[in-house]
Design a protein around this ligand. Sequence first.
Ligand SMILES: Cc1ncc(COP(=O)(O)O)c(C=O)c1O
Length: 372
Amino acid sequence: MEAYTPGEQPDDPNLIKLNTNENPYEPAPRVLKAVREAVGERLRLYPHPTADPLRRKLAALHGCSLDQIIVGNGMDELLALATRAFVEPEIHSTTRRSGRQIIQYFTPSYSLYPVLAAIHGARVNEVPLNTDFSIPRQALIKTAGWKSEVALTYITTPNAPGGQIYRNEDLRRLCKNTKGVIILDEAYADFAPWNTMPLVKEFHHVIVARTFSKAYSLCCQRIGYFVGPEPLITALHKICDSYNVNGLGQVAAAATLDELPYYRENIQRIIQERDRLTACLRQYKFNVLPSATNFILAAPPVGSGITESWFEHLHERGILVRWFPHSAIRRFLRITIGRPKQNRILGTTVGELLKSGPLPWGGKHWSSPNLR
Ligand SMILES: Cc1ncc(COP(=O)(O)O)c(C=O)c1O
């Protein structure tokens, strides 16, 4: 099987790091203070086994019960847990081939889904999005390869790596048409004009997945959560590792929920910068897709050099972006929105590189596993 490839995490603080969709702003001062104060004698004790103080706050935020929430060691842990809870591995299955062994998702979307399926020995049903990464109309009426009876469906909305947001009406139709558990992966929802949380109340098989990594500047603490119907959340708790969420992470996330105005301001800044950077790159004739996230997909102008050259030349100038060579988006660079100054340097560097004519490709980083 192919392992999941995380983005490069270099040590050099001088690099302009726009490659892994992290938040460019630090956590709120009171969040840092809460974490500092939690470092002490108490570290010898186990944390709360099911993160109840944090779950209580999340339940209040989303207007649901404590039993509708599970917290994980990042959303990734919960996505893995869901494959274990809801999907029958094909190799161990005593039943005939059926939808119970299938995980379904659109392509391109979050590249972890196929890895989770492979680890679990599940079958996959990959349904290609349209070339502009919108949902194929036929999928809404149960054709285009969309299966209505599968164990688990992952839908990334807004999509990653495409950046598009889907209409709730369309997602509602997909949920109506699809049996089995549906996870609406909303890692980037805080940067979008709407979200799918209302669908949790409408369906008994829909879970919304969120993370503190992107909008809440807590990648390092690894906190994600699901909001869903009680029976599904109870099932996940049954098979979850004890003490799966580290204590400092619980403290940081709970403190974050007391500081939402600080984060909303940062989110607004990132959205403004996203629109500014999009306009800047479009002036340079890049094909930039509309985004409802904290990143953009941008294809360099025709005749300016291949995308890997752009990746390489930006890398040499200390600007890290992401390029996925083995995928449907290989023409694009994925650029995380940084601070205004970082985005300006990126814009200026792009202008300078364009002046120097078509960029040659040295093939330097081609073999690095971090770039896949
Ligand atoms: C679509 C999507 N879902 C989930 C995650 C994982 O989030 P976490 O950091 O909480 O594990 C990511 C992280 O990049 C993501 O892009």
